[in-house]
Design a protein around this ligand. Sequence first.
Ligand code: SAH
Length: 298
Amino acid sequence: MADSASMGFSGDGGDAVAPTPEEVGSSYDEFGALYGLILGDSAIHVGMWTPPGGRAPASTLPDLANLAMDRQTDYYIETLGLTADDHLLDIGCGTGGPAVRAARSTGGRATGITVSRSQVELGRARAREAGLADRVNFALANAMDLGKEYEDESYDAAWAIDSFAHMSDRLAALGQARRVLRPGGRLLFTEFTLRSEPDPEYLAVWRAVWTSPPPLDPPTVLARVVEAGFELERLEDHTENFAVTGELMDTLYRDHHDEILEHYGAETTAGMDAAMPKLREFIRNHLGYYVFVARKPR
Ligand code: SAH
C-alpha cells in the first residue's frame, strides 16, 4: 500500500492504483496550505475568469493590476530614497498616479511632464483631489527638448517609467534629464528591450500599438547612459512582470470588448482585435523589461 506522502506533489503516483479516500484526505491535509498560497483562500476551485456567453469583467483583475502598479511605484520611491526635501521630475508622467503617490508618501514635491494634453488635465485633477496641488504640478513638455524653463540642476531626482520607449532620441532624453538634475541626483528609468528576434510583422504591431521606435537592447541603452554623462548605479531585469501584464491586458481586452467597441467604433476595434493576440505573443516571446538607475556625478 502506497504511503500517502509519496502521492500528490511529492511523488509521481503513475503506477499507483486509484487513491483511497483516506489518501485524498491526507493529501488535502498536507497540501491545503499550498493551495492557499498559489490560488487564494476563498475556495479550491478553478475560478471563472469569463462567465459563459457573458462579457462581465473578471473584476478582480484590474484590482490586481492596480496593486502591481502601485507596488512598482513604491519600489521606485524606495529605490531612489525620496524624502520630503526632494523635488522629483516625472518624465512621461501619464495621468499622474505615480507623481501624486510619490509626493503623498514622501511629503516632497513632484513635477510631471507629458506630451499628452489630456494627461496634463487628468494629472492636475488627481493632484487636486489628493489635496496636493501645492506640491505636485503637471505640464506639457517634450523630454528630449525641455526648454529653458526647466532650469539646470533644479531637480533632486527624476524617473521615466515606461516613457523612454516612445522617444526617438534616447541620448537627448538622457542628456536633458542629466542637465536638470542636481549633481549626485539620480534618474530611474525603465526600458522595453528585445530578448529575441521577432517576426517583423509582430514588431510592427508593437510599434504601432505603442507608438514607438524599435526597442533598444540593454548594451545600447547602457552606452547612451554613459555617453550622456551618467554613472550606472543599478540595473535590474524585471521581464517577468511584463509577461504577466501582457496576459492580463489580453484578458481584460476580451472582458471589456463591448465597451471598447462602443468607445472606439467598429473599424478601430477590428484593428485592435487583430492586433491584440500579436501584441500578447510579442510581449510573451520577445520583450524584456529592465530598470536602470543612473547617477549624475558630483
Ligand atoms: N510614467 C507613467 C506613464 C507611462 S505611459 C506611469 O508610469 O503611469 C508613457 C508616457 O510617456 C505618457 O505620459 C506619454 O505622454 C509620455 N511621453 C512619451 N513621449 C514623451 C516625450 N517625448 N516627452 C515627454 N513625455 C513623453
